[in-house]
Design a protein around this ligand. Structure first.
Ligand code: ATP
Ligand code: MG
Length: 161
């Protein structure tokens, strides 16, 4: 809730420093591993070596929400976390092979308090992706989603370099 009030009053700041994204992502993968296994999912890492100027705590917050979403909403699936550097961009992704997200819900998924009605039994506030989008946009980047019913969900984060 602290985050949302900061967002609303425009007191939302990011503190960039040179960050080893490979290490950041593999550490988070390790921290989330037991919960992933408890959800009967498998973790796959596809990480290139990439360093970038970002706010490491904010990026951790974004990736942890993507992990927790994959754990909660896509149990018994393969969760892949990836990192790749292209000519003008760095791309990170978190992919699952869960139930996927309907085209209709994809339109609103980054809005505040949006949660899929069929999943209300799973705990959550519907803020994680809203905050994530603010964080990534504050870095000049973009967060997008590719999904469909039955084909899982992949969240992409792209930073321009
Ligand atoms: N990997 C996924 N597969 C299927 N549905 C998802 C996935 N990730 C998110 N969703 C849907 O998007 C909604 C919004 O996600 P978001 O992270 O913003 O909020 P939350 O997880 O419900 O709560 P919070 O993150 O605030 O604890 C979820 O409630 C769920 O309906
Ligand atoms: Mg969430």
């Amino acid at each position: 809730m602290l985050d949302i009030s900061r967002l609303n009053t425009g007191r939302f700041e990011i503190f960039k420093e040179k960050t080893d994204l490979t290490k950041l992502l593999s550490n988070l993968a390790k921290e989330n591993e037991s919960q992933i296994l408890a959800a009967h999912s498998t973790l796959v890492l596809k990480l290139e070596n990439v360093e970038l100027e970002v706010d490491p705590l904010r990026i951790e917050q974004v990736v942890n929400n993507l992990f927790s979403n994959a754990i909660k909403y896509a149990p018994s699936s393969t969760i892949e976390i990836g990192l790749k550097e292209n000519v003008n961009s760095v791309m990170m992704w978190v992919k699952d092979t869960g139930p996927g997200i309907s085209k209709e819900f994809q339109q609103k998924i980054f809005n505040r308090y949006e949660r899929e009605k069929s999943l209300v039994a799973v705990e959550g506030l519907g803020l994680g992706l809203y905050i994530s989008r603010q964080i990534i946009e504050a870095h000049g980047g973009e967060i997008t989603l590719k999904s469909g019913p039955g084909i899982g969900a992949t969240f992409y984060i792209i930073f321009n370099i």
